[in-house]
Structures are given as structure tokens and as C-alpha cells.
Design a protein around this ligand. Structure first.
Ligand SMILES: C[S@@+](CC[C@H](N)C(=O)[O-])C[C@H]1O[C@@H](n2cnc3c(N)ncnc32)[C@H](O)[C@@H]1O
Length: 318
């Protein structure tokens, strides 16, 4: 009798609960609790799998291991530090008078890309001269060339060669024997505006590089201007390894923050002591898309002062 008592209570309770659940008003509440539990379990599982998601960790604390005290950084801070990591050591600098030949040997198998240019199949695709740039003849070019008297200029972002050809003319006027190394993938950007529709395209391949070469030929600047038709990232890393340096470096390729940031960081490593790095779009409509932010951040991190010259920014020993 005593052992039967709890069983009777359990049976009676079950009966009561099922009768309770059968009532309509309790069903939605039960579904809601079930749904809530499912979400909560899912959330817990996501938190345990994601290392960045550690809501209860105290990042301001310090840990001591083997007598060294380390500050535990929040993940966002650790990730931000990674953006400052660029190659730190370049190859030994090669003399400036060897730079042109070195590029010809390593990029063009020892032959000038202007040799026999334009070939018969390319000629009909080109205009005799087609130049367009942005701020490409600004006072900054003359100011800096007069001041630095560069042996080597490196330009990131060349397009049709407006600024490179302008610099070639300025150095010629000053009687300088300056080599200008232009880096551009010569792709422009997806969906070039209508004003460039006259630049031919063959199977999706724009003739930008050939038209740039044609402009250089037209301005009689083939001895002053050489180029590397690659992305700025890979070209700058390679030039660093080859020990190629510049006295003046112009940055005018990608204008979003990340492109400008990595170009400036990589280019700065190629700057000779006493050299100057500068670029366009510090004061234009495109500026705060990223260029100005990248320049200001770079200056802040490296303890440099930004000088403005027209629409251009200038950093270096001035
Ligand atoms: C504003 S235009 C350069 C204009 C030129 N400096 C002038 O004043 O005449 C930008 C150029 O950068 C090039 N460019 C953009 N991002 C690049 C990248 N990641 N690597 C190589 N070239 C790039 C484009 O192909 C384009 O020709």
C-alpha cells in the first residue's frame, strides 16, 4: 500500500498535466518556450565554436609567463595591429643607374618593350596620341622635382601616362638624367566611363597599356619612362626584394582606403633617405573615400607631418 502511493500520485499528476496541455490556451506558451530553448542552445553552440566571441573574457588583465608580462589584447585590437605588418627588410639597394636595365632584364627578358612598337596588329587599335589624367600637371610635380632632383621616380597608377610624361618633361628641362618607373596593371577599373570608350578593347582586354606606350613614344620619352604592368602590391613587393629604390614616389593607384594604405606602406619602404612620397586626391571629391584617411593614419603611425600641395599630399624630408 505504501509503495503504491507515489505511483498513484504520479499517474494522477500525468493525467492532470495532459488535461492541462490539451487546453488551447497553454499550447502557444509551450511552443514559445520550446522555440526559445532551441534559439538559446543554438546561440551557446555558436559562442563555443567562435574564438572571437568571448563575452566574459577580461581583456584588460595581464598574464605572466616565464617572467614576462603580457597584456591580453581584445581581438579587434589584435586584428588592427596586423594591418601594420608589411615586409620590413628589402634587398640591398642597387645603384640608380642600374635600375632601368635591371627592370628590362627581369621583366622584359632584356629587350625594350618599345622595340618595334607598335606592331602591325596593334597599330590600328591606337590613336596617335590620347592623354587624360587627373591633377597630372599640378604644381606639386615641379615643386618636388626642383627640390629633390630625383634620379629615380616611382609612380603607382599611370593610366595613359599624363603625370609620368609631365614629370619626364620637367626632368628633361632641368637637365636631369631621371628614370621614371611606372607601375600599373593598365586595367583602369571595371566600367570605365563613356569618355574612354574610344580606347579599344579586344576580348575584354583594354588597350590602355598600348595607348600609354604610344603616348610615351609620341612625347619622345621612351628613354626616361619604363613600366611594370602588374598590380601595385606584387610589383612593390618584388621591387623591395630586388633592392629598387626611388627618390620620389607618387601614389595614385587604387583610391579606396585599403589600396591606398597598403600602397603607401609598401612604397615607403622603397624610399631613399631624403626622398619624398606624395600622391593625389588629398583634397578632391575622391579624398575621404580612403586616400586622406590612409595618408593621415600612415603619418600618425610613423610620426610624420602631412603637407598639402594643391590637391596632393606630401610626406618626407622637406
Ligand atoms: C587615377 S589613375 C592614375 C592617373 C595618373 N597618375 C595620371 O595622373 O595621369 C589610376 C590608375 O591606377 C591603376 N590601378 C588601380 N589599382 C591598381 C592596382 N592595384 N595595381 C595596379 N594598378 C592599379 C589603374 O589601372 C589606373 O590606371
Amino acid at each position: 500500500m505504501i509503495t503504491d502511493f507515489p505511483a498513484a500520485i504520479i499517474a494522477a499528476t500525468r493525467k492532470k498535466i495532459s488535461a492541462f496541455l490539451r487546453r488551447d490556451f497553454i499550447k502557444p506558451a509551450a511552443y514559445f518556450i520550446l522555440l526559445f530553448l532551441t534559439y538559446y542552445l543554438g546561440y551557446l553552440s555558436a559562442v563555443s565554436k567562435n574564438p572571437l566571441c568571448e563575452p566574459h573574457r577580461h581583456y584588460s588583465t595581464t598574464t605572466t609567463t616565464n617572467n614576462t608580462t603580457n597584456m591580453i589584447k581584445p581581438p579587434s585590437q589584435a586584428a588592427a595591429v596586423d594591418h601594420y605588418q608589411f615586409k620590413t627588410r628589402c634587398g640591398d639597394p642597387i645603384p640608380s643607374q642600374l635600375i632601368r636595365q635591371s627592370i628590362l632584364n627581369r621583366v622584359f627578358n632584356g629587350t625594350s618593350p618599345y622595340h618595334d612598337f607598335p606592331q602591325p596588329h596593334i597599330k590600328p587599335l591606337l590613336r596617335q596620341q590620347r592623354i587624360k589624367g587627373w591633377g597630372s600637371t599640378g604644381a606639386v610635380f615641379k615643386n618636388l622635382i626642383n627640390k629633390v632632383r630625383p634620379k629615380t621616380i616611382i609612380e603607382l597608377g599611370t593610366f595613359l601616362g599624363a603625370s609620368a610624361i609631365h614629370m619626364a618633361e620637367l626632368t628633361r628641362q632641368l637637365g636631369l638624367d631621371t628614370q621614371i618607373l611606372c607601375i600599373d596593371d593598365f586595367r583602369g577599373w571595371p566600367g570605365l566611363p563613356n569618355q574612354f570608350r574610344d580606347i579599344k578593347m579586344v576580348n575584354g582586354d583594354t588597350m590602355l597599356m598600348y595607348q600609354f606606350m604610344q603616348n610615351v613614344v609620341q612625347f619622345n620619352a621612351t628613354e626616361a619612362i619604363i613600366f611594370m604592368p602588374f598590380s601595385t602590391g606584387s610589383a612593390l613587393e618584388t621591387l623591395c626584394a630586388w633592392g629598387v629604390t626611388g627618390d620620389l614616389i607618387e601614389v595614385d593607384a587604387g583610391h579606396d582606403f585599403h589600396s591606398a594604405w597598403s600602397d603607401i606602406n609598401r612604397a615607403y619602404k622603397l624610399l631613399r633617405p631624403g626622398g619624398v612620397i606624395f600622391g593625389h586626391d588629398y583634397f578632391t571629391v575622391a579624398d575621404n573615400r580612403g586616400v586622406r584617411r590612409a595618408v593621415n593614419m600612415f603619418a600618425r603611425v610613423n610620426g610624420l607631418r602631412v603637407k598639402a600641395d594643391g590637391q596632393h599630399w606630401v610626406l618626407g624630408s622637406l
